[in-house]
Design a protein around this ligand. Structure first.
Ligand SMILES: *Cc1c(COP(=O)(O)O)cnc(C)c1O
Length: 351
């Protein structure tokens, strides 16, 4: 696809396999890359950036992949898309699909956060709750899409998801006018990770840089298949358990590819506990004003865990992949909820 020179390296769409005119009519601008003065003060890192994908149309980075798949479907005259999801890929495909006028069928574990399911239903998708985990939903949706001849958006199964997600790196490069030194990426299936690498590889291929940043894959301690595999050299089965639902997977569907890229590019892994994730979520929100869902706050948790080993002048990007309002149930575990309602201000004197 990118054998030749892209026409305009400033335009992320120039790097994509489907022309911009097939994308649905939603805002296609870059997501903000911003610095929080208070976060800089707190951490001492003068070049710490938040890549803020909480502001995507449906509230997560998954929109990058959904847009790519929707554009492809429109170009090919495909009417229906099927997807299995822990929540965000589904609500994203539902929203982007609505904008594109496509029919979306969604297989969602019944334990998925309510807000994500509600989002998908509001967007008008057909939602099929699955009595089982994400891996079960994944398998059922694949069989369904093969039988019904619909296009599957399943992450790692449809390579367009990586092509879509790579735009995050193209944007960072354009916004920073440089390649960052480090980038923290929350990892479940490893597709965002692969998209991040693909974007920087494309830039290198185009002669726009000769560097690939150091990528730190952040996993939840209870869902650390890729981190384990990087350490041991091979995958061993796990049963995932973490409140960060978006990165909770037994079998990383893009595991081998993600592992290969981490090895080839000197990437590393760090694991964080649910407690560390909740603390990081709270600290990020109360310091910067950015409310991230647990999987997205894992980027910050991973950064906090290893920041002692990073020189403070390094350019560090945290990928903030999803909005905190998507899973208030988990967020509630990291705060003290005021139980008493008052009817007069005198009641406050006893605080
Ligand atoms: C999907 C998702 C991830 C993880 O992406 P993978 O490609 O599965 O590794 C991280 N954060 C959020 C908010 C997500 O929705």
């Amino acid at each position: 696809m990118l054998d030749g020179r892209v026409s305009n390296p400033e335009d992320p769409f120039a790097f994509l396999p489907v022309e911009k005119r097939y994308f649905p009519s939603v805002p296609l601008e870059s997501m903000p890359l911003w610095q929080s003065a208070r976060l800089t003060d707190k951490t001492g890192f003068t070049h710490l950036y938040l890549k803020d994908d909480t502001r995507q149309l449906t509230g997560s980075l998954k929109d990058r992949a959904s847009l790519m798949v929707a554009a492809f479907a429109r170009r090919e005259g495909i009417r229906e898309i099927t997807v299995a999801s822990t929540g965000n890929a589904g609500s994203s495909m539902a929203g982007i699909g609505a904008a594109a006028g496509l029919q979306i069928t969604l297989f969602l574990p019944k334990s998925a956060p309510k807000a994500k399911m509600i989002q998908a239903l509001q967007y008008g998708a057909r939602v099929i709750p699955v009595d089982g985990n994400y891996d079960r939903a994944f398998d059922l949706s694949l069989t369904y899409s093969q039988k019904g001849k619909t296009l599957s958006r399943n992450t790692a199964y449809n390579p367009l998801t990586i092509e879509g997600k790579k735009t995050v790196s193209l944007e960072i490069f354009r916004q920073l006018k440089d390649i960052p030194d480090m980038i923290f990426v929350p990892v479940g299936d490893g597709v965002i990770l692969s998209g991040v690498y693909k974007g920087f590889r494309d830039l290198k291929h185009q002669g726009l840089t000769n560097r690939i940043p150091h990528v730190v894959a952040v996993q939840a301690e209870g869902s650390d298949a890729i981190a384990q595999a990087l350490k041991k050299g091979s995958f061993t089965p796990i049963t995932a358990s973490t409140l960060a639902d978006s990165i909770s997977v037994d079998i990383p569907r893009n595991g081998y590819y993600a592992l290969k890229q981490l090895k080839e590019n000197d990437g590393s892994c760090v694991t964080v506990t649910d407690k560390e994730i909740l603390q990081a979520q709270k600290e990020l929100a109360s310091t910067s004003g950015l409310f991230a869902e647990p999987a997205a706050a894992a980027s910050y948790a991973g950064f906090l865990k290893i920041k002692q080993s990073i020189p403070k002048d390094k350019k560090v990007v945290l990928l903030i992949t999803g909005n905190g309002l998507k899973d208030t149930g988990s967020a509630q575990k990291g705060i003290l909820f005021p139980n008493q309602a008052i009817s007069s201000l005198e009641a406050l004197d006893h605080d």
